[in-house]
Design a binder for this molecule. Structure first.
Ligand code: PLP
Length: 354
């Protein structure tokens, strides 16, 4: 039976990417050796790393603008501390839009003063804070562009004279933005890019080297830049698969093309949520994410019927995060409009049954 994977991550990748990646695990480019057996210093793998780094910059339209792309390890969670280690001298600003920003704030506090510029904690993070003012004199301002758990997403970003740092783990490569407004972007691979194991960091080189503390080599962005993202053995499978996904996206027409598709998917699902009395949306309408749609059943008693129907239709990964409950449909780049259609058909059938 065809499966429709709405999981929040690790998530769906394009089938052709999975196929090519699995072929390379057996035999990379007809070399007779597996991707995971060859030396990461070999010509073949150096070319893969270079291609992945340059594709990332090309797709984000950041080539030739003083940025470096790195494929690091430790997940986006490692970036919570690396960002502060490398950039926080005295005071940083954070917008608290949920669990992931909360975790980033906790790490940053180990390195300096943290100002919570805005927060949506009062409503369990179902909206993006507005009307706050960003103080001057910050070492950087940190945002989470898409709040995977709550289904909220920044549509407009604050302006500040401080470097802008953004955790884009759950919406990188999904919509066109002026990425040059950001000085550092990071994203764990496992939503829109590849298998878990690598994290993309895109950093404007001139923001580095300004803190007085000593930074351990493995946590120092400049060391990774100097070593062309090969300071130590890289996670070759995750990097190669990410490179394939970036190639897939480029061939599709880049971020603009996928954004059009993502908008269609989100519109289809949100109009069903709004029209169908059996379901209530969780996130504030103006702040809804096009990647993660959160919703609840209006009557808990319908849960068993709905869950059974989802199972029968091959729908996977729709349970909401434990801190919100209800349901969450994650519609990352590789999820088809057809899969969203299957979900919406079930939701309308629920209305007839209720
Ligand atoms: N930031 C965001 C927005 C996320 O959605 C996640 C995980 O889902 C993380 C950070 C943590 O990522 P990792 O598990 O790669 O450390």
């Amino acid at each position: 039976m065809k499966k429709h994977n709405f999981s929040a991550g690790p998530c769906i990748l394009p089938k052709e990417v999975l196929l090519k990646a699995s072929e390379a695990v057996m035999d990379l480019n007809g070399s007779g050796l597996s991707l995971v057996e060859i030396s990461h210093r070999s010509k073949d793998f150096v070319a893969i790393m270079e291609r992945a780094r340059s594709l990332a910059l090309e797709l984000l339209n950041l080539e030739g603008k003083g940025y470096q792309a790195l494929f690091l390890q430790g997940g986006a969670s490692m970036e919570f501390l690396m960002v502060a280690y490398n950039l926080l001298e005295k005071k940083a600003g954070y917008l608290n839009t949920g669990t992931w920003s909360d975790k980033a704030i906790k790490e940053a506090k180990l390195f300096g003063e943290v100002v919570e510029v805005g927060s949506s904690k009062d409503e369990n993070f179902n909206y993006i804070p507005k009307g706050y003012s960003v103080p001057s004199g910050l070492d950087y301002l940190h945002l989470t562009s898409n709040n995977t758990i709550y289904g909220t997403q920044f549509k407009k970003f604050p302006t500040t004279d401080a470097p802008l740092v953004c955790d884009m783990s759950s919406d990188i490569f999904s919509r066109v933005l002026d990425f040059s407004k950001f000085d550092l972007i990071y994203a764990g691979a496992q939503k829109n890019m590849g298998p878990a194991g690598t994290t993309l960091v895109v950093v404007k080189e001139d923001i580095l080297g300004k803190v007085s503390r000593k930074i351990p080599s493995m946590l120092d962005y400049q060391v990774h830049i100097n070593k062309e993202s090969m300071f130590n053995t890289p996670p070759v499978f995750a990097v190669y698969t990410s490179m394939l996904t970036l190639e897939w996206l480029k061939n599709l027409g880049g971020i603009a093309a996928i954004e059009e598709e993502n908008e269609k998917k989100a519109q289809l699902l949100y109009s069903e949520i709004d029209l169908n009395p059996v379901f209530d949306g969780y996130a504030n309408k103006n702040d809804r994410s096009i990647m993660n749609a959160t919703f609840n059943l209006s009557e808990e008693g319908l849960k068993d019927t709905f869950d059974e129907m989802l199972k029968e239709a091959g729908i996977n990964g729709l349970n909401g995060h434990r801190s919100v409950g209800g349901y969450r449909a994650s519609m990352y780049n590789a999820l088809s409009l057809e899969s969203v259609g299957v979900l919406v058909d079930i939701m309308s059938e629920m209305e007839r049954k209720a």
